[in-house]
Design a protein. Structure first.
Length: 382
């Protein structure tokens, strides 16, 4: 009699720690030599898993229920294989799994959302893909697989340009780049006959150097009186970024108790970047620590879209002529706060979590004040 085993498995590659998360997978064993692991969207730390169950997690009940549903879904697929008189093995499971996956989808967007959940992506990457798919949904031009045509991709391109005229070509390219994997997967499964990107060519575009804030501009943002509570919170969180170098996603995931260490009376953020997984070590400078104390060391960070909308309002209120986004804070930290005060670029690289100093040198190129300062010093010597 054919038997199979299905069970949840956590941290199969033994990488999880109390500070670093890993995924829960569903392991399906067909025989001693045939197994399949299917990734879930559940990520935990090492102390949040107890054999087969999620523990010590704010949503442990929902997560354990989700795991049970995963197991039942795959068990039902295997029962259908047996019902049709076919051998229960990896090959037949893959066929039935893909057929069930495709047949249950009424639209390309449903298919793409499901694929997104199945893919083993970093949290920040998954979020970026979701933003692109949400934009595709808002455009309304692609609903079914039959809608995936070069003409409709061109309409989608026009939509994202008109929706936000400030989007540059590199940003537009990013939207296309993030929906291509789902179109390619549909092509691989035979759901479409060809990729529309064979005809429609999206250009990469040139990267525009972001202009950091000057110290005067930074002080204007710090000093402005804001009556709206949401604007106050976003302003304060932005200032915290400017004095720590955290990106929006690292700010969103920031936990003071888990991410900080103290040395000689100074608190440091000792962690890994969500985007790249690289280590970084940066001080919490006095203005940032003041903000932490103001909010009892805990932030409630809005979505990046809401965050940037609030920053746009703040920029208008102070009469700022340059774009103000969450990423400008990281540039401001690197240039105005750190490099302008003669901190070595190698030290800045460690603060930002860059694996190569050459990446950090992008910030040094746009810092004219540093050149001017050293020119004055040289003149006085010569």
């Amino acid at each position: 009699m054919e038997t199979w085993k299905i069970k949840p498995v956590f941290d199969r590659k033994n990488k999880a720690t109390p500070e670093k998360s890993a995924k829960v997978e569903i392991e399906i064993q067909f025989s001693r030599t045939e197994r399949k692991w299917i990734s879930t969207d559940i990520e935990l730390y090492s102390n949040q898993w107890d054999g087969e169950f999620v523990v010590r997690h704010a949503k442990f009940k929902q997560l354990n229920k989700a795991i049970t549903q995963y197991v039942k879904k795959f068990d039902d697929i295997i029962k259908n294989i047996r019902k049709e008189g076919k051998d229960i093995n990896l090959k037949n499971f893959n066929i039935f799994y893909n057929e069930k996956h495709v047949k249950s989808k009424s639209s390309f967007l449903d298919f793409a959302y499901d694929e997104l959940q199945r893919r083993d992506l970093k949290w920040s990457t998954k979020r970026a893909h979701l933003i692109a798919l949400e934009a595709l949904k808002r455009s309304g031009v692609i609903k079914t697989f039959d809608d995936i045509t070069p003409e409709n991709i061109a309409l989608f391109d026009r939509f994202i340009r008109r929706e936000d005229p400030t989007r540059g070509q590199t940003t537009i390219h990013g939207y296309h780049k993030r929906i291509k994997p789902y179109i390619n997967e549909a092509l691989r499964l035979g759901l479409i006959e060809d990729t529309p990107y064979r005809v429609f060519k999206d250009k990469h575009g040139r990267y525009k150097t972001r202009q950091p804030l000057t110290m005067d501009e930074l002080q204007s943002i710090r000093n402005i009186e804001l009556n709206d509570r949401q604007l106050q919170k976003v302003r304060d969180q932005f200032i915290f970024q400017c004095y720590t170098g955290l990106s929006w996603v690292d700010l969103y995931m920031f936990d003071y108790d888990r991410c900080t260490v103290e040395h000689n009376g100074v608190a440091y953020i000792d962690g890994e970047r969500i985007k790249t997984g690289t280590k970084f070590y940066t001080p919490i400078l006095t203005p940032a620590m003041e903000i932490l104390k103001k909010y009892d060391y805990k932030f409630t960070v809005p979505t990046v879209q809401s965050f940037n909308r609030s920053l746009k309002i703040i920029a208008e209120l102070i009469g700022l002529k340059k774009p103000l986004t969450s990423h400008i804070a990281r540039h401001t930290f690197a240039t105005t706060v750190v490099l302008a005060n003669d901190v070595p670029i190698e030290t800045l690289s460690k603060m930002l979590g860059h694996t190569k100093v050459s990446v950090t040198q992008v910030y040094a190129k746009i810092l004219n004040s540093s050149v001017e300062k050293h020119a004055e010093k040289l003149n006085s010597i010569i």
